[in-house]
Design a protein around this ligand. Structure first.
Ligand SMILES: [Zn+2]
Length: 153
């Protein structure tokens, strides 16, 4: 019996909280003007009118609405490593986080194809296994359609 280690996939360390029932992407918020950045801002505040260089790490909204989506027919760039020999097509969604004013790309969970998606659809962040090796699950965030019947808060 071994305990499997769950870590963010290579290239995605520090991009999200991998644990718990409510995983979240980790973004940055400018301490000067409040603008959000994801992935983390490398060269200061993304707001061109702001000189801010100090950021606070903040968890981002776990839900958003589809802004655009596409079918990944070819192998996407890191951190979307596709380790299997045969490339299994999957959908990629760009989801708009209304509160932060950010659009976050992510793989859509297995079993959901572009035919199941539409612009404006509400999506929820989940953390899923990207691939596994001997005793480690390499994790990445994915977008999952919010199923009906839930009341939005
Ligand atoms: Zn700023």
């Amino acid at each position: 019996m071994t305990t499997r280690t769950r870590i963010p996939a290579l290239g995605a360390e520090g991009w999200f909280t991998p644990d718990g029932d409510e995983p979240a992407l980790l973004g940055q918020q400018c301490a000067t003007c409040g603008t959000y950045a994801f992935p983390k801002a490398a060269f200061g505040c993304p707001n061109p009118a702001c000189d801010g260089l100090e950021f606070n790490e903040v968890p981002l909204s776990r839900r958003g609405k589809i802004w655009s989506y596409t079918d990944a027919r070819y192998q996407p760039p890191p951190p979307y490593v596709v380790p299997t020999d045969e490339h299994v097509p999957f959908a990629i969604a760009a989801v708009e986080l209304a509160h932060e004013g950010l659009v976050v790309m992510g793989q859509v969970v297995a079993g959901v194809s572009v035919q199941d998606l539409k612009v404006g659809q509400e999506m929820e962040l989940v953390v899923d296994v990207l691939f596994s090796d001997d005793d480690t699950d390499h994790l990445i965030w994915k977008w999952k359609p919010v199923t009906g019947g839930e009341h939005n808060s």
